[in-house]
Structures are given as C-alpha cells and as structure tokens.
Design a protein around this ligand. Structure first.
Ligand SMILES: [Zn+2]
Length: 336
C-alpha cells in the first residue's frame, strides 16, 4: 500500500492531529521543493481517509478492502488527480470545471470526494477564479489538495483559502539513508546529489541518469574559454542549446553562486557543486567578484524571461549571456 516518505513524518503527524481533533480543512496547500514527494504524501493521506478498514495502530490504509483495491487498480471513484495535459503547460479551465463538478458529487465510499491538483501554480487567473468559489464554499464531503513547488506564483486569493503545510528541503540522515538505498552505482556521493537537487531526494534520484550533471563540466570549461579573446560566442551558445535554455541558465546560476561563495569564503564555502570544487577553484582565480555578481543578476533576469509567458528566441538568450560574461558593466547599463 502507498506510504509516505520517511522524511515526511512531521507533516503526517500534523494531519493525524487535525483528523483526531476533527479539524480537517477542505483545502490544503502542500508546498515544498521539487522531488520532496508531495504527490505521494497527498495520495497517502487520501487513502487513509478512503480506506474502509483502516489499521488503527498505524493509521494507514489496509490495502485489501474494496476501496484500497479500487485505488490499486488506478480507478478509485473518490480520488481524482488533475495535472496539465502537457508537462509544463497550464491547466485548462475545462479540467477545473470538471473537477468542481466532481467534488460536488456523492461519494462512492460514503466518505470523501478527494481531488489533487498538481501543480496548483499551473492555473492562470481565469482558472484560479473558477476554483475560487469551490474553495470559498466547499461541498461538505470534499477535500482538495493543491500541490506546489512555487506557491508564490499562486494568487493570494487561492492561498488564503487553503491550510498550508510546508515541506522543507531535506539534507539529513533520513534522506541520505533513503537515497543511498536507491543509488548503488552513482559516481557522486549521496550528499552531493542531494545538494545538487536542492534538498529533494526524488529529484536527486533523477539526476543520476541525467546528462545535465556531466554537462556542468562543459559549462565550466566554456566559462574559462569565454574569458579569452578568441572565443566564439555563437558556437558556445549553440552548443548549450541542446540542453534547453532554462536548464542551462539554471545550472549557470548554481555555478556562478558557487564561484561567488568561493571568492568570499574560500575553504569555508558551502558549495552546491561539491563534487566540482577543484574545477571551480581553478576557474575562480581569473574572475572578478563584482563581475560575477552582475553576471548572476543577468542570468537570473534571462532565466525569468525564458520561463515567463513571452516567447524569446532561446539561442539569442544564450548568446546574450555569453556576450555579457566579459562585459557585465556595459550590458547592465544598456539594460537600464
Ligand atoms: Zn483499505
């Protein structure tokens, strides 16, 4: 039967207390970094409610009753998960309308109608407004889970009507122990992986197979090249393009942050790219702190543009970043 991850005990306890005191909210906003397991947590709580013969000792779903069997078969009529039809895209208003209709229906198990919206920040203004009325006057047998890695992107009207439960990034022994069981043959230590993932163990797992980790070395090599006169910005930008502009910019920000840390704190620097300390150290000596900070700001600006609603040409964004590297002041002035 589905269960929470070992680093989610605190949040689980909070739910159990709310349940015992009969104060379960109708709308719950689960927030935390990517890879912390919000979906699994929501589903475990949902099944704990929907199970017809819950284990009184563990407070977990039994796994064998009719309700649990329907869940295992992937079609429980009282549990509905909605997500964008295409990953990274917005939720459609029709999806939210269907969901509103669904939570208003009678529950099959005689318990609750539960819905999970992931990610909740994939709602635009119109979609969020459509949901708002349901949040204001929820059907008595309904429970909505809104999941988000970026809750600040949600309209305040939505946030204020949900009970918020936060999951912090995890770097502790529990997460490290779990991760080391999943990753037998990784070149990187579990600690380095967890740090690169931003404290999301599930995200850390996906990094192992990921070409992006190897690409960091290319980025560092290119940054070194970019400091030289004979570098070809167009060539570098077009090499980077294969990894996707958002990915490249996100890794560049992590690398630049590490370079800034090394400049300021030297040996005491707490690096994200712990495994590349020597390569970074080698690069940082030829760089200037003010230029690094300006370049960080510039890459962040370009990242926000590329992730925003406007369409930018990815290649020209990358070319701008490469050109900016050696002339951070000029480009910053131009921007203002
Ligand atoms: Zn059951």
């Amino acid at each position: 039967m589905i269960d929470i991850f070992p680093w989610q005990n605190k949040q689980w306890q909070r739910f159990m207390e709310m349940q015992q005191q009969d104060r379960m909210p109708h709308a719950i906003l689960l927030c935390g970094p990517e890879g912390i397991g919000l979906n699994r947590f929501a589903q475990t709580v949902a099944m704990q409610f929907l199970c017809l013969s819950k284990n009184p000792e563990t407070n977990r779903a039994c796994g064998t009753c009719q309700s649990c069997q329907l869940y295992a078969a992937g079609n429980h009529p009282d549990l509905n998960i909605i997500e964008p039809e295409e990953s990274g895209k917005q939720l459609k208003i029709a999806q939210v309308r269907e969901l509103i209709e669904y939570v208003g229906l009678k529950s099959f198990s005689g318990k609750l109608k539960i819905a999970i919206i992931e990610p909740a920040d994939a709602m635009n203004r119109a979609t969020a407004n459509a949901l708002l009325k349901t949040l204001e006057e929820p059907p008595s047998q309904s429970m909505l889970f809104l999941l988000s890695h970026r809750p600040s992107k949600l309209p305040i009207t939505i946030r204020s009507r949900c009970q918020r439960i936060d999951f912090k990034p995890v770097y502790d022994e529990t997460a490290l122990g779990w991760l080391s069981k999943q990753t037998n043959d990784s070149e990187l230590s579990t600690e380095a992986l967890l740090r690169l993932s931003g404290g999301g163990p599930l995200k850390a797992m996906t990094l192992i197979e990921d070409e992006q980790l190897k690409f960091r070395l290319t980025l560092i090599k290119d940054l070194k090249l970019m400091g030289k006169k004979n570098c070809d910005p167009v060539q570098i930008a077009s090499n980077w393009q294969s990894l996707g502009v958002e990915n490249i910019l996100s890794w560049l920000m992590k690398i630049i942050l590490d370079l800034i840390r090394l400049k300021l704190l030297r040996e005491r620097a707490n690096l994200i790219n712990l495994d590349l300390k020597e390569d970074l150290q080698d690069l940082v000596n030829s760089l200037d702190l003010v230029a690094l900070v300006r370049n960080y700001d510039f890459v962040l600006l370009k990242y926000q543009q590329s992730a925003g609603p406007m369409n930018y040409n990815p290649l020209s964004i990358l070319e701008e970043v490469v050109l900016h590297w050696n002339n951070p002041e000029i480009a910053t002035e131009q921007r203002e």
